[in-house]
Design a protein around this ligand. Structure first.
Ligand code: PEP
Ligand code: MG
Length: 581
């Protein structure tokens, strides 16, 4: 059975399927009348347990971050006494003679839906809180029953052989917790090619197809043989013997090509065009393990984007200064003597973190995210800035603000950096005064005022994932509009051209850290447009280096002069594809 989805991370893999736990719902059995009291007692115990956890979290957050930030748990605690939640659950379980797990999710869904629909931002914000409380209660019930279930990955973690994971969709925090050595490939029903799941899959070198359609969840059974073709965007469930043989051969050939590239010594060669134009190649990472892999492979000259929000995901409270400092220092030491650009917390959008008080929003990608959030949480923000500045004394560090739309945001961010510097100096803590400060250009507003931003910073870095979604008005995580969110849209290319020119006029360097930087089809065009640094997922580094070494810079400049003038992304793609043959 063949499913056509969207190619999200290249490569092919074949293996036995595993249905990601949270994409299935198992209906617990009905209860006999005499069990009902026992069931209600179980629920009371789970509420007690959850209350204790929330009170502890409240105290911790108040101590480490501040009273205001800790208030999010006050709202959580109130739900544990709310008749609309706990009262309703008791009533439904008793009336329908069902286990708590069978009624709780529906009550939560209804309540969250009602809150989200109210025309009051405070109440809307409570929708995510009630969902969080619901998950906590379910976990407490499972743990009380002796389950050691801690995440949707438990089944995979205990599987002997690696599997092909099939899921409805995976959020960034779920992807980051994935036991990657056990995952042969990913196939999801929903999602777009520039969702954070897809970005992480590419960084890990795991073939992935997204947006394969809801039917795939019905069609695949656990342990079914399945093929994921991450180059063509195909998923084949229960393939025939001939298909299987063909794909196993393809997987072997791809492995051999990667091996040949690694053996060719390319990683030690410079990223320089045939006529001598040099470009910095860097990697995008989400933690120290990726820096370790990048340092071991030796193909890149530094980190162009460290997505630090992954340090904050999958936890119950934010990482403190020491914890962050240790990770940043390790990354900086691993990459030395090369530079590491650490992006400040880019939370919000598809990376909601409930303990930070970021609740469900109608339009999260147009909402409270990135620098907007951090500027309103100065204590939390300064903790991170201090950790980054301190890591700077162990190597070369750049600090970069995400989601900038206005120059005041950069100025206010820099003012907080200065405050952090003053504090560190007063405390005699070593740090680097020379840390470069940059801004991401990932909103149309930032691209259009790139000249104004360039006057305030040491560098600019273009984030094409967000820039493309905002310019084309096509959600990067929605497979249905994935074809519209094309970074080759001439509107995106014209903005990139303008940003590079503005940066160079101001005498600063400009890089690109969106996924376009790792797209080999774009390499000659990006060189010709004049980007100084390209930062990408590690597996893309050698193919891009190979493309750079086969490019003539003068010809690339001619190409860059013509391409943004074309009318459609399809025309751009045709022209670039024609050059590759
Ligand atoms: C981008 O938007 O291009 C980017 C690099 O940031 P992220 O993908 O983390 O949003
Ligand atoms: Mg972004």
């Amino acid at each position: 059975m063949l499913f056509k989805g969207i190619a999200a991370a290249g490569g092919v893999a074949t293996g036995k399927a595993l249905i990601w736990a949270d994409s299935r719902f198992v209906q617990p059995p009905a209860l006999s009348p005499e069990d009902i009291q026992g069931e209600l007692d179980r629920f009371e115990a789970a509420i007690r347990q959850t209350r204790q956890q929330l009170e502890a979290l409240h105290q911790k957050l108040e101590k480490e971050v501040g009273r205001k930030e800790a208030e999010v748990f006050t709202a959580h605690l109130l739900f544990l006494e709310d008749p609309a939640l706990v009262g309703r659950v008791r009533q439904e379980a008793a009336n329908q003679r069902k286990k708590i797990e069978a009624v709780l999710p529906e009550v939560i869904r209804e309540l969250a839906g009602k809150l989200a629909a109210v025309n009051d931002p405070y109440l809307q914000a409570r929708a995510a809180d009630v969902e969080d409380v619901g998950r906590r209660l379910l976990r407490a019930l499972a743990v009380a029953d002796g389950a050691v279930l801690t995440s949707g990955w438990d089944e995979l973690a205990s599987s002997v052989e690696p599997r092909v994971v099939v899921a409805g969709d995976l959020g960034p925090s779920e992807t980051v917790e994935m036991p990657r050595e056990k995952v042969l490939a990913l196939a999801t029903a929903r999602g777009g090619p520039n969702s954070h799941m897809a970005i992480l899959a590419r960084a890990m070198g795991i073939p992935a197809v997204v947006g394969a359609g809801e039917e795939i969840l019905e069609a695949v059974g656990s342990h079914d043989e399945i093929i994921v073709d991450g180059d063509a965007g195909l998923v084949i469930v229960r393939p025939g013997a001939e298909e299987l043989r063909e794909y196993r051969q393809k997987a072997r050939a791809a492995g051999d090509a990667a091996h040949r590239r690694a053996a060719s010594g390319l990683e030690r060669l410079e990223a320089v065009t045939l006529d001598g134009r040099r470009v910095d190649l860097a990697v995008n990472i989400a933690g120290a393990s990726e820096a370790k892999a990048a340092a071991a492979s030796g193909g890149a000259a530094g980190v162009g984007l460290f997505r630090t929000e992954f340090l904050y995901l999958g936890k119950e409270s934010p990482p403190g200064e020491e914890e962050q400092f240790k990770v940043y220092r390790r990354v900086v030491e691993l990459m030395a003597p090369h530079r590491v650009i650490i992006r400040t917390l880019d939370v919000g959008g598809d990376k909601a973190i409930s303990y930070l008080g970021i609740s469900r929003e109608e339009n999260p990608f147009l909402g409270w995210r990135g620098i907007r959030f951090c500027l309103e949480q100065p204590a939390l923000f300064k903790t991170q800035l201090r950790a980054i500045l301190r890591a700077g004394s162990f190597g070369k560090v750049g600090l970069m603000f995400p989601m900038v739309t206005a120059v005041e945001e950069v100025r206010r961010g820099k003012a907080l950096v200065r405050e952090a510097i003053t504090e560190l100096r007063a405390q005699d803590v070593p740090f680097d005064e020379e840390v470069e400060i940059g801004a991401m250009v990932e909103t149309p507003a930032a691209a259009v005022i790139a000249d104004v931003l360039a006057a305030e910073v040491d560098f600019l870095s273009i984030g094409t994932n967000d820039l493309t979604q905002y310019v084309t008005a096509a959600d990067r995580g929605n497979g249905k509009v994935a074809a519209l969110a094309d970074h080759f849209h001439p509107a995106v290319l014209r903005l990139i051209r303008g940003v590079v020119e503005a940066a160079h006029r101001a005498g600063i360097w400009v890089g690109m850290c969106g996924e376009m930087a790792g797209d080999v089809m774009a390499t000659p065009l990006l060189l010709g447009l004049g980007l100084d640094e390209l930062s990408m997922a590690l597996p893309a580094v050698l193919p891009v280096k190979q493309a750079i070494r086969a490019t003539n810079f003068r010809q690339a400049q001619e190409l860059a002069g013509a391409v943004p003038g074309l009318g459609t992304a399809a025309e751009v793609r045709r022209l670039l594809a024609g050059r590759q043959h």
